[in-house]
Unconditional design. Structure first.
Length: 165
């Protein structure tokens, strides 16, 4: 969530929603987290995530997910997101396509980690890797903006110190 928030700060055009008539770019990253509940799915929101540390974000996600599973979320805790994340990696899913949660402009699908052979400096190494897939509403986030966002996200994931700042 923190890496996504940092990438949204780097590429603010990716932090946008569709209204009835136009695109609206948000000033803050309110990240919706997909949580499976009995009978479906709900997306509690971590608000102002770009301003929070990773420990605070982690604690907030645990609290919101617990409330979601108990059916105890208030409407203000699951509405108003600006960007969504769905993680199926814990179910052994390596890659998937998530469906955009309107009016948000994009959703990031996070697959599980797996060991892959990677060429680096003329050597073949085995590294843990994961697949991220971005789905976009092209009225809001086009392919070029989506690619810029994914590049910014990759930068933050590959340099974990960047999310600690």
């Amino acid at each position: 969530v923190k890496a996504v928030s940092k990438a949204l700060v780097d590429v603010p055009a990716a932090n946008a929603s569709w209204t009835d008539t136009h695109t609206f770019q948000h000033k803050h990253a309110h990240i919706s987290i997909a949580v499976a509940i009995e009978g479906g799915l709900i997306t509690p929101v971590v608000r102002f995530s770009e301003q929070k540390g990773i420990v605070d974000i982690s604690n907030e996600i645990k609290e919101l997910a617990g409330k979601a599973r108990k059916g105890a979320l208030k409407p203000e805790e699951y509405t108003g997101g600006t960007f969504s994340i769905s993680n199926l990696g814990m179910y052994g899913i390596k890659q998937f396509q998530a469906i955009v949660n309107p009016p948000e402009g994009a959703i990031l699908a996070v697959g599980g980690t797996e060991e892959r052979a990677v060429a680096e400096n003329g050597q073949v190494l085995v590294k843990k890797m994961m697949t991220l897939t971005l789905s976009c509403d092209h009225r809001v986030v086009d392919g070029a903006v989506g690619a810029a966002f994914l590049n910014a996200l990759k930068k933050h994931i590959e340099c974990p110190a960047s999310v600690l700042i």
